[in-house]
Design a protein around this ligand. Structure first.
Ligand SMILES: [Cu+2]
Length: 480
């Protein structure tokens, strides 16, 4: 059954709740408490989100994705991590500024937690916003060890509903190994006959890309995804995470525009109204919409290159649960979608951000990754030989990337929020506060600025495409 057929079958929607456990936030013990105590246990799970898909994955607390953790700003979080994953493991708190020893990077900020052992993560989650957590031991995040954490800001405008949506995909296991080796003769197994596979494998091999056999939101595939009931007049806040380890998603809600207020959990300088989000690997966006009339609509995830329908769920008003939901065409042509240039009010080509006082500057050329290559490089070097950025507390830091490869790289800095001040040769009038940002391919550039005022330690700076990171695209910001 091809994806197009799912859309046509929209009239036969099920209302079965498959992922209720994953959606239920773990806040029960938090009421009034200064500390939220959570136990996260990782263990193997046979994940079957769709007939014909049976994947031997890993899960936190028995669900993929793991539970949504919600904490109030200022509240302390104490996570007892019980590792039953079958191998060494850690938990990384993506987007958090926290003590370095709590950052969860195996062999950098802590020794990995052995199978059968426990580790206590304890910190005050900050800054506020939509963040997430995942294993930082390859390939456990690909296998399912991830979840969303929301740090609730009491100053945020109130929403009638606040909905966490984790977009994720089920890998074809053989393709992970082959992607690491750069080439593969692994069979192209995809029960959906995915067009993305055909596109990434012109010679019948999978090359250095991971293939996916199912595409989920909150642990289920359309049409089994959990429908969301909304009411006319409601103002809804969506918190969207792309937990896919290698692919960008474009997210559209049929019949609605989206008002984007936060990027990676951080408030945008000014909200931006778009028809679609572009969500790179590991990015998060908070997007609002208002329900103006009765109906049923598809919220859809589209891949790029080629543009193809991947995920969906239905939002509907009362009584419309059995209506055929309105969908959108599988195209991005003419669609006003979120870009950094749009949100940051990019200036003319050739403009540069205003100079900042002298500080630490580092430039990286991102390279490698030719067909069949298993090397992704920074200035021609692979981890651990890449150039590190050494800072003193209080330094102003500027990092510039030039991407000479033909793929996007979602570059992620641990333990800091940086400002994107330039992209593709255009200064941004409104710098964008982020922790992960897509550097465009084929000569794309990007400049970040941040103040080195996080707790001292070794903070990873790497591509969040897991294959690229493992194949070398990784360095560190180290406090002296
Ligand atoms: Cu990359």
């Amino acid at each position: 059954m091809r994806r197009a057929a799912f859309l046509a079958a929209g009239g036969a929607l099920t209302t079965t709740a498959l992922s209720a456990a994953a959606l239920r936030p773990l806040t029960a013990r938090a009421a009034g408490a200064e500390t939220l105590d959570v136990t996260l246990t990782s263990a193997p799970l046979l994940f079957a989100p769709f007939p014909g898909v049976s994947y031997r994955g890993l899960a936190f607390n028995g669900t993929i994705p793991g539970p949504v953790l919600r904490v109030r700003q200022g509240q302390r979080l104490r996570v007892r991590y019980v590792n039953r994953s079958g191998g060494p493991s850690t938990v990384h708190w993506h987007g958090m500024i926290l003590p370095n020893a709590m950052d969860g990077v195996a062999d950098v900020t802590q020794a990995p937690v052995p199978d059968g052992a426990e580790f206590l993560y304890e910190f005050t989650p900050a800054p506020a916003g939509t963040r997430w957590y995942h294993s930082h031991v390859f390939p456990q995040a690909l296998a399912g060890l991830f979840g969303m954490i929301v740090v609730e800001d009491p100053h945020d405008e109130p929403a009638d509903q606040d909905i966490a949506l984790v977009f994720h995909d089920v890998p074809v296991p053989a393709s992970i190994d082959s992607a690491m080796k750069g080439t593969s003769t692994a069979p192209m197994v995809d029960p959906f006959g995915s067009p993305e596979l055909a596109a990434m494998a012109p010679d019948g091999k999978m090359g250095d890309e991971v293939a996916y056999q199912a595409h989920c939101i909150n642990g289920a595939c359309y049409p089994k995804t959990q429908p969301i009931e909304v009411r006319v007049g409601q103002r809804i806040r969506l918190r969207i995470l792309n937990a896919n380890a290698t692919q960008t998603r474009y997210v559209r809600l049929a019949g609605h525009t989206l008002r984007v207020t936060h990027s990676d959990g951080n408030p945008l300088p000014q909200p931006v109204e778009v028809e679609a989000l572009r969500v790179g690997v590991a990015e998060r966006y908070d997007a609002w919409f208002e329900v103006s009339k009765p109906g049923a609509w598809l919220l859809q995830g589209l891949s790029e290159a080629p543009t193809a329908f991947q995920q969906a769920l239905v939002l509907h008003t009362p009584g419309m649960e059995n209506a055929t939901p309105l969908g959108v065409a599988q195209t991005l042509v003419g669609v006003r979608y979120f870009t950094y240039e749009l949100a940051g009010a990019a200036q003319a080509v050739g403009t540069q951000p205003r100079a900042q006082p002298a500080g630490v500057r580092q430039a990286y050329v991102l390279g490698g990754g030719a067909w069949g290559s298993d090397r992704w490089t920074m200035n021609g070097k692979v981890w651990p030989h890449t150039e590190k950025i050494v800072v003193r507390r209080g330094d102003r830091v500027e990092v510039r990337f030039t991407n000479k490869t033909d793929m996007h790289h979602p570059m992620h800095l641990h333990g800091h929020v940086f400002d994107v001040v330039e992209t593709n040769g255009r200064a941004l009038r409104y710098p964008l506060p982020k922790d992960t940002a897509l550097v465009d391919p084929n000569g794309g550039t990007m400049t970040w600025r941040f103040r080195a005022d996080s707790p001292p330690g070794r903070w990873l700076l790497h591509c969040h495409n897991d294959i690229h990171m493992m194949d070398g695209l990784r360095t560190e910001v180290d406090y002296q």
